[in-house]
Structure formats: structure tokens, C-alpha cells
Write a protein that binds this ligand. Sequence first.
Ligand code: N01
Length: 491
Amino acid sequence: MSPTESRQPRVAVVGAGISGICLGIFLRRAGFHDFTIFEKASGFGGTWRDNSYPGLVCDVPSRYYQFSFAKNPDWTRLYATGPQINSYLTDVARAHDLHRHTRWNSEVTAAEFDGRAWHLTTAAGARERFDFVVCATGFLHRPRTPDIPGLDTFAGAAFHSARWDHAIDLGGKRIGVIGTGSTGTQLVRALAGQVPRVVLFQRSAQWILPTVNRPFTRLSRVLYRRWPVLNTLSYRLNAMTFALFSRGLVRPGPVRRVITAICAAHLRTVRDPDLRRALTPDYPPMCKRLVVSDGFYAAVQRPDVDLVTAAIDHVDPRGVVTADGRRHDLDILVLATGFDSHAYMRPMSITGTGGHTLDRSWAEGPHAFEAMMLPEFPNLFMLIGPHSPVANHPLTAVAEAQSRRIVGWLRRWCDGDFTTVEPTAAATAAYNERLRAAMPGTVWAAGCHSWYLGRNGVPEVWPSSPARFDELMRRTPDLADYHLDRRVVTR
Ligand code: N01
């Protein structure tokens, strides 16, 4: 029986980024129409909407960083730009009528479970009741602003890379970039040569995997449009390459050695030995998220680009002063300092059964049962939550696997199998213990500081292959791992 013939659950989806869009499409396709996507901003795309800095390019190939059910034949390059991905996501969402389900400028501030249903409150004070809540908030949405003394005294413009101020003319400006992650390196690559001076403040050096962002010919795009199977083949080929890459992440062996050798050879292309030394990380490749770039080393060797490795002491109205006493005069200061990735759906306050709060549950760090559910929070799901395979695997694929699982639970609800479901505390503890036991062999535990690590220094990512994750998501849930409440709820 389709859900339209039986009872329909009311579902709230928080966030209209990749995972919220994906779930919305899965819900519609499965016949679930009573759902609302709450979005704090006024457009689809999540982090791809928020990030619009110069040079933003996805480091996963475009023909893989897309939904498997909505393959785009018109990608113009091996790696798509941020605006191209944002347009793609918006087009896919609109093509599936998701704008009809989306409530814009509606930030959910609280969700409370009353023993039967969830009550959501928005920043505007509206309150609404739902049978299920899905947090599709992602983990790269809360910019992390460094606590640098004097930052607020800077006379020029200072902003986080995810809040790029397009009103500011970059022409003739000296630009400082703090941070050498994927964002900082892309920014330097894009700004070098376009402005009189770029100063990169590096706290930790990064390993850089070289690539070439080659354009796709017009002919290839015509062929991909004519024969969609080509797009499917590209997608599968990329999936196999990434599966191979992920082996290097989760255990030592030949893949890790090959990637290490490629990164080391790439570093040797830096001619000046002092600069090369300054750019040499003190941890193995892939321990932090590997930066993929087709020009960072060339950019940083330009005479109009300075690499500053001295620690930042403070900021004053004229620029950044480093611990060696030098002042670096600047007109613009960009904070490419990353995100509070462990916040997930917070600061939204979530209260489950018996007044149990998410903050209390996560006092020792974010965790979940099989990446998606938590004890004491019935009928609450997370998309791309703790221990989802955030490594370099495309989040589109993760969102699809998890959306499919949520639809499975909703179907069971429609069949009357349960009214509320939550994992048991014992199953959750055992699952997290298994994950922890698998972490020591992973590259993330190889001795570096990164956002992949939790407060206790244990990695918070999926410690196995994407295929194993997909298998877990497709497996029929073992009901012994859950509390199922079968009370009939009358609304
Ligand atoms: O952020 P990061 P990001 N003083 O956290 C430094 C995705 N992404 O925005 O390494 C000085 O990686 C910090 O130094 P350290 C991708 O998943 C994807 O670059 O902590 N420096 C580090 O160098 C990525 O992993 C694409 O010592 C300070 C940097 O800031 C994630 O977003 C493109 C500092 C932060 O690096 C985040 O990347 C862009 C301080 N007080 C981003 N505080 C794609 O292509 C922090 N730093 C898909």
C-alpha cells in the first residue's frame, strides 16, 4: 500500500542543502507529501549557497559530485565551481517542486518531543507539530571565527570566507588570508596576480595533491547529453577511484604510500628550499583533509605572494602583527579558518523524552547510532550526522544512502509497525565502541590536529570503505537494536 492510501506522517526537514534536497526528492518519489523543509536562508544549496569566495571549486569531480538520479551532462570542467554546484542543486530542487514544500527564512530554534510528537519552534516564534524530524543541517555551516586579539580594531574589511563581501572592490588591495585548508589555498590560487599583494598566514602546512582542472569539450558535453549512459559510466568510474582512495584513509598500505609519494614529489616542485621547508607538513598526507589543487604551489612562489609562518600575535588597525614583531599591512583580511563542524544542528535546542537534551547527550562529543539516530530522541533522524563518511567521499552519495533508509522507516510507520522508534542505549554504545576500535589504523589518527577529530582526539569519521557504509544503510534494521512504541496516536 502506498503512503497516500494509508496514513501520512508529518515530516519536518531542517535545512535545504544537499541532504535536505535529497530527502525531499526521496519523500516525494515514495509518495510522502506532508513534509516541510525549514530553511534559515532564502535559497537552496546550504554551504554551496553560503560560500561564494573567489576560486571556490569542488575538489570532487563534477561527474561524481552530483545526485546519481539527476546526472548533469553539462558540467564544463573536471571540477565544478561553487556557483555551478549551487545552480545545479537549485535546479534539481525546483525540478522536483521542492520550493512548494520549503519555508524560507525560517530558522528552527527548538524541537521538543512531548511523548507522542515533535513540536518545532522557529526564530519568528511559530510552533508546529510533526511526527518526524530530520536534521539536514550539514556540518560546514557555522563559520569558526578565530579569537585573535584586536581583530575588531582592523580598519579595513575583515570577514569569514563563507561570508564573502561582494560589495568590496578587490582592485588594488593588499589581502591577507588566514588559514591553509581547502578554502585558504583556493583563495590564494585565485587572488594571486589579481591584486597587488596576497599574504597567507599559515599555522600548519598542508599536503597538496596535484590535479589539472581540465575543461570538458563541447563535443563531450553533446555526447553526454545524447547518451546519458556515459554519465553513469563516469559516475561509476569515479566511485571506484574514490573507493580505492578511501583504502588509503582507513589503513596503511600501498594506496597511502602512493599518495604520499605523489604529494612529496609535488612539494619538490617548490624551487626555493626555505619556502619548501616552510610548506612541509609535520604529519603524513591525508591526516588532515587532503588539499587538491592545480596551482597553489605556483601561486605561493609568486613574488607578490608572501607566506607567513610566524604565529599571529594580534591584529591592529593597519594589519596583522606576528609574534616576531613584524606588522603585515593589509586592506582586507579574510578568515579562511573553517567551521565548527561538530555543532551539526546546534545551536538548535533539541529536547527528547523526559527532558533529555541533545547537549547533554553529546556532552562527551557528537555520536549517533548508525550515523542517523539517537536514544531518547524518538523519530528524530540526522542526515550527514556523526560518523557519516565525510572524508573525501561526495556528500550527495551519503545523502542518498541515508534518505533511502529514512523512507524505509516511514514506510514501516505507515504500515503501523510502530508509532515511535529510537535506538537502544546499549546498541548505540556497542556501535560507537566498534567505530572507536577501528580508528587507530586510520590516517586521521596519525598525529595531526584537524576537524576530523573529536574532543577526545578520536576521529569522528567513518572508519571503513564507502561500500561498507552503503551496505550498512541498505541493511534491514535489526529491531532488537531499537525501542519501538506501538501505541496508536490519535491526533
Ligand atoms: O577549513 P579547515 P576550510 N590562526 O578547517 C587555520 C570543505 N571544503 O574552510 O590546520 C591561524 O580545513 C587552520 O590551521 P590548523 C572541506 O571538507 C571543501 O579550508 O588548525 N590559523 C587551517 O589551516 C574542508 O575540509 C571544498 O593549524 C587558523 C584553516 O584555518 C572543509 O570545507 C572547498 C586559526 C582552516 O582549515 C573546511 O575547509 C573548501 C587561527 N586562530 C572547503 N584558526 C571543496 O572543494 C584556524 N586556522 C569541496
